[in-house]
Design a protein around this ligand. Structure first.
Ligand code: SF4
Length: 252
């Protein structure tokens, strides 16, 4: 069963393709919780759920009432007709963790159809789940934004760091880049050592660091210290343009 949380046409707000018009598909469910990020959302049942800035797309138990069950590829393809899109617009598959569906035949069919139509496909993934490039060569045509989680997520090391998955996603895909969310406190706590270790699993891969935060005020607070961090380490600073412009508003 595939769950779709939302879709929206916007610009990519972060990472290598920032500013690029993109159609986003946000899939429901994740193999992590990342409560360390401290964002919260009120679930349909009234409970307050702590997690990342997309907690409403992570926690199946509390939020799946609001998600759409996808049982045919046409349900996904039809979404492209709901917008006036430029030819072969960028497609971004995000979540939650979209790679929890990496072995689903409907999901694979969707990727193949998008590729046939000439779309550039980018996954926003936590980089902890391997995909089967031999069985599903369509993944070789995809780009992976590897948002590998650091200890500030409060997830256990073994769950968030999968060296083989990082290596294969970076090596066998069309392109890949690392994307890390960092706040001022974490910089002071020495997260740079964690980043240094993670990128050894794919050393030629570009690194982008983004200010942590689920709203504009938090992102702005973390921006200046992060720019200084990037200058010192030689990493690329990535804004989180969508949060800066639209704050906490979600897609349709
Ligand atoms: S891995 Fe990503 S989507 Fe999943 S809980 Fe962590 S930050 Fe949220």
């Amino acid at each position: 069963m595939i769950y779709l949380v939302e879709h929206f046409y916007s610009i990519q707000g972060e990472g290598q393709f920032v500013g690029t018009p993109s159609l986003f598909f946000r899939f429901g469910g994740c193999n992590m919780r990342c409560e360390g990020f401290g964002c919260s959302e009120i679930a349909p049942d009234g409970s307050k759920i702590i997690g990342c800035d997309t907690v409403y797309a992570v926690n199946k138990e509390h939020f799946s009432k609001n998600w759409v069950n996808i049982t045919t590829v046409d349900q996904l393809l039809t979404i492209l007709t709901l917008y006036e899109l430029p030819h072969a617009v960028d497609i971004v598959l995000t979540g939650g963790e979209p790679l929890i569906y990496a072995n689903d035949e409907i999901f694979i069919d969707f990727l193949e159809q998008l590729h046939k139509r000439g779309h550039r496909i980018t996954f926003e993934t936590n980089g902890s789940l391997a995909v089967d490039f031999a069985k599903y060569p369509i993944f070789k045509e995809c780009i992976f934004a590897l948002s590998v989680k650091l200890s500030n997520s409060n997830e256990p090391y073994k769950k968030r760091i999968n060296p083989d998955a990082i290596y294969s996603l970076a090596t066998y895909s069309k392109d890949a880049f690392f994307k890390f969310s960092i706040d001022e406190e974490s910089i002071n706590l020495g997260l740079e050592d964690e980043i240094t270790e993670i990128i050894t699993h794919a050393p030629k891969t570009k690194v982008y660091c983004m200010p942590l935060g689920g709203n504009k005020a938090e992102v702005e607070k973390n921006t200046q210290p992060l720019i200084e961090f990037c200058k010192a380490k030689g990493y690329n600073f990535s804004d989180r343009l969508h949060i800066r412009v639209w704050d906490e508003n979600k897609g349709v």
